[in-house]
Design a protein around this ligand. Structure first.
Ligand code: ADP
Ligand code: ASP
Ligand code: MG
Length: 827
């Protein structure tokens, strides 16, 4: 045997690992693959069986014969599992034992109906059978595959004294019983299946260790059989930073100290029972939490020292809490208030989960399980009867409907800033805190919140500690050319941005005009289209905004890749709610000045950013350049440019070799124009860009104020595209004449938008000398000239491709990263 092979290990399989026949087979495989010399397999009841047995007992206590149906179903489920797993002979033997047990339960429940109720003895007897059945089944299954397998009913050896919530082990007797059992058997088998959860009293009465007690059985049997390690097998990869059912972003923890694990378990992380740990600590046994459904995962190791340097390990919540507040200005005068208070509560066996006392001493508040609230209040009233009478204690209030949220981590001790992070995350999510307590170990900080806020509070606090501050919850509206290209570009870059810059881009919503996909987890950008097809629901932008603006994620951003008025009309609402907006859609900035001002205002009032670099010249740095000039105090005299890729192309190619109408037809075929070329030739798109720039420099321009001279002949504005194209050649002579006149002067035609310091904005066809920058552009290039007090003689020029899906999407992506850097990223 090699040195690292242990001689004895306890493996505990919970109900979730034993839900059906497939689960039993999976567990048997894990057991068969084990290398240690000897193993104890502690099992829970099949998932849900303990609940069924408890329910049957309650029902019988109310004289409801429905308990028979429950038992019937429980019996059927076990019979089916047995039939699926073992040979017919073995099955017959197991069925017979099962029927005997069910008959015994029937008898007890029958008496229960007669007596109109049951005792603790009755409940603990009936509710413990699930473990007996799963132990018998697993042992039989293993015996068919492995040598030397046996099983043990824990009630034969484990003796306990019951307490309020469970039971205390009577160690000397349990040890003697165990030794006697081994002696009688001759040796400990190499694989011993043991029932979890159940035990017996010294009088031989069936008892249990309390709900979730199989975890505790694992460490008890590890002690009784001198095991060297405990492995708790369940349905998650290990102990996670929060309950993964409540927090999608929870991560698996590699290691935890015993103390951290106890605190997390105590505050509701049901993945492990706190008593399991306290029993293991005495023998310094490591506990591993592992996933039955993913045995290759190493899981979480719980040991004396936590080896990680993380300050905060996990968060947990306890619901159904009542807060009792004892208050009085005379309380400071009452000696030993706290001590009297808590000893009175202890005498009544009330479990105080949290205590908080103001330093003035005028009030003490504590949290108890809601079910104990009345008893707690009565106890306080009684204990301080005289003080209440004399008015030193004025009030004893009970607030129900609360829960506790606890942050746990050894590294918190002496670490300033942890509490600040916790409270600021809760503050940002608008969570009302009713009480705050910090354990003196500084291993945990707990707050009491309204029960309705529990999950929100947990998620917000979790993201405060676990998510990058630059985690962006992203929604993309419009999945046409630009939207689709953007998603592809993001898919290629997301991992690098996360790794190198801690920018975590999470696309959580994608909408087309008909369908939308909302997802809690980041959408896989490699296959979003399939997901949208499969899981899409009718588009509802209010719901989409709500979803993206999740308050457990630090920031939200909506990207509008449509050209729709309907969407741009929602920006103000989004921005005012704190959602950042990025858009290549020109509609919002060219609607009324009042609306435009509202959008710009949102940044000042709620801090939401509104970015629209791609509304002019796609990804070319036009808006940003202009902003830099204005903000650094430059004076803008004139902005002049070619802002339409289509018109740029048409006039670059218009050299007399082909007619203008032929060029339009060709450009349309190459996809350089809108489906209806009049949308480009009208100049409206250029006018919109001119308005955007004019407003950027503080001019109060509305779209109709632009002096627009378009290129669509008056007589051709109506009618179908085909009619327009057919009639356009009639105007070729006019265009040719203009070209000729310019050529004579040594000039070329260009379609230009202009904003002057005189407050005028215009869009028209003009001619420029061949030495002018406008004359020397390529293909669909855009070009902008800024004449300012600094760049007067020689204007500042921005030039390059200013249209097309790749560059537009890249420009939107750049806005997204600009947003991340406004939010603190160092890119
Ligand atoms: P078993 O049937 O194996 O005993 P339980 O249902 O009792 O399993 O415990 C496992 C469950 O505990 C997980 O499925 C998870 O929902 C819940 N849980 C709560 N808090 C945590 C946490 N911090 N880490 C992992 N699981 C947790
Ligand atoms: N079966 C018991 C319960 O459901 C014990 C356990 O699963 O740990 O509480
Ligand atoms: Mg459990």
């Amino acid at each position: 045997m090699s040195a690292d092979i242990l001689s004895c290990v306890v493996h505990k399989f919970g109900g979730s690992s034993l839900a059906d026949a497939d689960c039993f087979r999976r567990v048997a495989k894990i057991v068969a693959d084990r290398k240690e010399a000897r193993r104890l397999i502690v099992v829970s009841a099949m998932a849900g069986v303990t609940d069924d047995l408890v329910r049957a007992t309650h029902v019988a206590g109310k004289r409801d014969f429905g308990y028979r149906d429950i038992l019937q179903a429980v019996g059927d489920r076990h019979r089916a599992t047995i039939a699926d797993l073992v040979s017919p002979t073995t099955a017959a033997r197991l069925d017979e034992a099962l029927d005997r047990d069910l008959a015994e339960i029937e008898e007890v429940l029958h008496v229960t109906t007669v007596l109109h109720g049951y005792s603790r003895n009755g409940l603990e007897l009936t509710s413990g059978y699930g473990e007996v059945w799963s132990a018998r089944i697993l042992a039989a299954l293993l015996a068919e595959q492995l040598p030397d397998v046996d099983w043990l009913d824990a009630r034969q050896v484990l003796v306990v004294v019951r307490n309020e919530t469970g039971a205390d082990v009577v160690w000397p007797v349990s040890r003697q019983n165990t030794e006697a059992w081994i002696a009688k058997r001759g040796a400990v088998p190499s694989t011993l299946v043991v029932t979890g959860f159940i035990a017996a009293t010294a009088d031989g009465i069936a008892a249990t260790l309390g709900r979730n007690g199989s975890d505790v059985s694992a460490s008890i049997f590890a002690a009784l059989f001198d095991a060297e390690e405990i492995q708790i097998w369940t349905d998650v990869d290990g102990v996670m930073s929060a309950n993964p059912r409540l927090v999608g972003e929870a991560v698996t923890l590699d290691t935890l100290s015993y103390d951290e694990a106890i605190e997390l378990a105590y505050f509701g992380a049901k993945v492990i029972h706190p008593n399991t740990i306290s029993t293991a600590v005495e023998r310094n046994l490591p506990i591993l939490i592992r996933n039955t459904f993913r045995p290759s995962h190493p899981g979480t190791r719980i040991q004396a020292q936590s080896s990680s340097t993380q300050h905060v390990k996990g968060l947990a919540t306890v619901e159904s809490i009542a807060l009792v507040n004892v208050e009085g200005i005379g309380m400071t005068a009452v000696r030993g208030t706290a001590q009297r208070l808590f000893s009175a509560l202890r005498e009544e066996n009330l479990s105080v989960l949290l205590i908080s006392q103001g330093s003035s001493g005028n009030s003490i508040c504590f949290g108890v399980p809601a079910a104990q609230a009345d008893q707690a209040r009565d106890t306080v009233e009684r204990a301080f009867f005289a003080e209440r009478h004399h008015g030193q204690i004025q009030r004893v209030d009970v607030t129900r409907g609360c829960s506790i949220l606890a942050v746990v981590g050894e590294g918190m001790a002496g670490q300033p800033g942890v509490a600040a992070k916790f409270f600021s995350a809760l503050g940002k999510a608008n969570i009302n805190l009713r009480a705050i307590a910090q354990g003196s170990s500084e291993r945990n900080i707990s707050v009491v919140v309204d029960e309705a806020d529990t999950q929100r509070a947990l998620r917000a606090a979790h993201s405060g500690f676990y998510l990058s501050d630059q985690t962006l919850s992203i929604g993309i509206v419009g999945a046409g050319n630009v939207g689709t290209t953007l998603l592809r570009q993001m898919a290629q870059q997301a991992r690098r941005l996360k790794q190198d810059f801690d920018v975590d881009l999470r696309v959580r919503a994608i909408a087309t005009s008909k369908k939308m996909l909302l997802s809690d987890q980041p959408i896989d950008l490699e296959c979003w289209r399939q997901a949208l097809d499969a899981r899409g629901v009718p588009t509802d932008l209010a719901r989409l905004a709500e979803h993206v603006h999740a308050d457990h994620l630090p920031h939200a951003v909506l990207i509008d890749c449509t050209a729709s008025d309907g969407v741009s009309g929602l920006y103000s609402e989004w921005l005012e709610r704190g959602i950042n907006v990025i858009t290549p859609n020109k509609r919002a900035n060219t609607s009324s000045l009042e609306y435009y001002r509202r959008l710009r205002q949102a940044n000042r009032t709620v801090g939401a950013h509104y970015l629209y670099e791609t509304t002019v010249g796609a990804a070319l740095p036009i808006i940003q350049t202009l902003r830099d000039l204005v903000q650094t105090g430059d004076e803008i005299f004139e902005i002049e440019g070619i802002f339409s890729g289509t018109l740029s192309y048409l006039f670059n190619s218009f050299d007399g070799s082909r007619t203008f109408s032929a060029l339009v037809a060709q450009a349309r075929e190459l996809g350089y124009t809108e489906p209806d070329p009049r949308d480009d030739l009208s100049g409206m798109d250029v006018a919109r860009k001119v308005v955007i720039l004019a407003r950027e420099i503080g001019m109060t321009v509305e779209l109709p104020d632009v002096n627009l001279k378009g290129l669509v002949p008056e007589s051709l504005t109506q009618g179908a595209v085909s009619e327009f194209l057919a009639a356009l050649p009639k105007f070729d002579d006019d265009m040719e004449r203009l070209r000729g006149e310019a050529a004579v002067k040594g000039e070329v035609l260009r379609f230009v938008g202009r904003v002057g310091r005189d407050g005028r904005a215009s869009v028209a066809l003009s001619s420029y000398p061949t030495s002018h920058p406008f004359a020397r552009i390529q293909l669909t290039d855009n070009i902008v000239l800024f004449r300012t007090s600094r760049y007067n003689e020689n204007p500042l020029v921005v030039q390059g491709p200013g249209a097309g899906r790749e560059v537009t999407a890249a420009g939107v992506f750049a806005d997204l990263l600009r947003l991340a850097s406004y939010l603190g990223a160092t890119l």
